[in-house]
Design a protein around this ligand. Sequence first.
Ligand SMILES: CC(C)(COP(=O)(O)OP(=O)(O)OC[C@H]1O[C@@H](n2cnc3c(N)ncnc32)[C@H](O)[C@@H]1OP(=O)(O)O)[C@@H](O)C(=O)NCCC(=O)NCCS
Length: 181
Amino acid sequence: MKNAPFYPSSPPPAFAVRTARWSVDEPAIAEVRRRVFIVEQGVPEALEWEAIDADCAWFVAEAGAGLVIGIARLRADGRIGRMAVLPPWRRRGVGAALLTAALSEARARGLAGVHLAAQTHAVRFYARFGFRVEGAEFFDAGIPHRRMYIDFACGEAGIQPVSRAGDAVGDEAARRILTTE
Ligand SMILES: CC(C)(COP(=O)(O)OP(=O)(O)OC[C@H]1O[C@@H](n2cnc3c(N)ncnc32)[C@H](O)[C@@H]1OP(=O)(O)O)[C@@H](O)C(=O)NCCC(=O)NCCS
């Protein structure tokens, strides 16, 4: 995927996801990182900005006239991270569209799979795509995380309907998806 926009299939898009150009989009990407990770989640600035940033592929979700509302990063080593959607835009499919774009690029590069460190609250978000938890919970920047991995050889998982809280049948399905230990 180069600069072609990726549109979610339904409902009709109020936003679009595209590959970012670091030289142009870096300020808008930095603003989302600042608002979500530094201000909202309290990540220290020294941990947020990384020397590898300029060498990564970035994806941006835009609404309206070029307003960046969400971001994702794919590192050269195939790790996905820095997934962030501005609070008013959450639970509207923006994160799923960004993750789809990043996974699509990882596949296009011929990677066997993708690793990521999921904040524990977001494990279910990634599990819907087929990511599985590996290992115990750990802390990074004071935030609980779990390592997760998706093996592309296991097939195109796509986004799966996983349970809502209180759905006993769905919760059992979620446990099966979430755990490989
Ligand atoms: C995690 C995040 C990127 C998800 O983005 P989003 O745009 O809200 O996600 P989507 O709307 O595409 O969600 C798709 C599905 O994932 C699941 N999901 C999304 N966020 C979730 C959360 N925080 N907890 C549990 N499940 C979640 C839901 O099942 C959701 O579908 P539903 O709304 O129909 O139930 C967003 O909540 C965010 O930016 N959080 C703050 C930063 C952060 O924690 N980033 C993750 C770092 S690992």
